[in-house]
Design a protein around this ligand. Structure first.
Ligand code: GAF
Length: 382
């Protein structure tokens, strides 16, 4: 864990609010495979990482509550009554949303102060937003003894994102951030919201992330559009969610959907299957197959689901040129953020140099490269 971040946040809290906070770490996540399948009740394969949000939280005697975003040096003060999303809010709405959704469950909290900061850049597709939501709900649950289970907490975080941020996200990010297990990825069934841990040891291979450092602005509306396409196709098929459909079922309504929507639904059905196959390949230590599934996932995201962008496609194309990279794909919602790459450890350093130069030449901007360590989910820092 990032000890200097913890010290900074704790000190910021003490300076600003003149009391001693409880400290929480809430991780971001990676996703090995299973993209845009979570809101289709399908399978995903995420893991919490050792980067995320550190928050200090404490009760307050004042008649308002305050939140301080240390990275931006911005503060918001609010009353716990009549909460509403801020029209021009960004990070503020994650916090207000979590508080409002706690109240919607008839739980009572008193005023509080929170200070937070993080070490994953927003827009990296590593879910700093779920990490923030989880840190708030986790902290308030501790402080006010709300008796919420981890499952309750992630549903509160998810609802905050739906109702206060306006992104109709699935449950993957909040789940991975809350339930992460050190050195493990979680094969999560998003219908039952139960997961199976897989210890990750790729031996002479590893996972690295390459951040495009771009986030194209259409991402939120495109995300919600994709979700409603999936829901409408599921309805036409008379199933609860696309998870319940086969390619054969989809074929039967081909003449009733647009070719674009047909491809999107087909992508989801195929990606769901890839996630399950990837877990089997991993169990058998078959990294070649895992890598092929990862490349196929990108191909579907790029050409069928259409949530990639030229920067992500470029990075994946560079990976494909290198036979020591078994698989690479865009990760998360899309339209920017990171690619995840399964690479031979002996190749990592030279590929880093190669891809950084190539990216700079192509786009005249820098990419960032991260090694990752799989970590435990949201917890108190003792
Ligand atoms: C975003 C969402 F928040 C997740 O729920 C998931 O749908 C993901 O995009 C795509 O797999 O991170």
């Amino acid at each position: 864990m990032n000890t200097s971040l913890i010290t900074n946040i704790k000190n910021s809290f003490i300076t600003k609010f003149e009391s001693e906070p409880i400290m929480i770490f809430s991780p971001g996540r990676i996703n090995i495979i299973g993209e845009h399948t979570d809101y289709n009740d399908g399978f995903v394969f995420p893991a919490a990482v050792d980067k995320g949000i550190v928050a200090g939280v404490q009760k307050s005697d004042s008649n308002t509550s305050s939140a301080y975003a240390a990275d931006k040096d911005e503060t918001i003060e609010f009353s716990l009554n009549n909460l509403k999303p801020l029209a021009k809010g960004s990070w503020q709405n994650y916090i207000l949303g979590v508080v409002a959704e706690i109240q919607n469950r008839s739980k009572t909290i008193g005023n509080f102060n929170i200070a937070f900061g993080g070490d994953i850049p927003g827009g990296a597709g590593m879910s700093s937003s779920a990490a923030l939501e989880n840190s708030v709900v986790f902290g308030l649950n501790e402080l006010f003894n709300l008796g919420l289970s981890k499952h309750d907490m992630i549903l509160i975080s998810q609802k905050a994102e739906h109702n206060y941020v306006g992104v109709k996200c699935g449950i993957m990010d909040q789940y991975a951030s809350m339930f992460g297990i050190e050195n493990n990825a979680l094969l999560l069934d998003c219908r039952t919201v139960q997961s199976k841990p897989f210890e990750i040891d790729f031996k002479d291979h590893e996972l690295i992330l390459i951040n495009t450092n771009v986030k194209h602005s259409l991402s939120d509306s495109a995300y919600n559009d994709r979700r409603s396409v999936c829901e409408s196709v599921a309805e036409m098929l008379n199933v609860k969610a696309l998870r319940d459909a086969t390619e054969f079922d989809l074929e039967s309504i081909k003449d009733r959907v647009t070719p674009e929507n047909y491809q999107k639904a087909l992508y989801v059905i195929q990606e769901n299957d890839r996630a399950v196959r990837a877990s089997k390949a991993m169990q058998q230590g078959d990294l070649e197959t895992l890598g092929k599934l990862i490349y196929a996932s990108h191909d579907g995201l790029q050409n069928q689901y259409k949530v990639s962008c030229e920067e992500l496609d470029f990075l994946v194309a560079q990976a494909k040129l290198n036979e020591n990279i078994l698989g690479a794909r865009m990760m998360g919602g899309g339209f920017g953020g990171c690619t995840i790459n399964l690479i031979s450890k002996t190749e990592t350093e030279s590929f880093k140099t190669f891809v950084s130069k190539a990216y700079k030449n192509e786009f005249n901007k820098e990419c960032s490269i991260y090694s990752i360590k799989l970590s435990d989910g949201t917890h108190l820092i003792k």
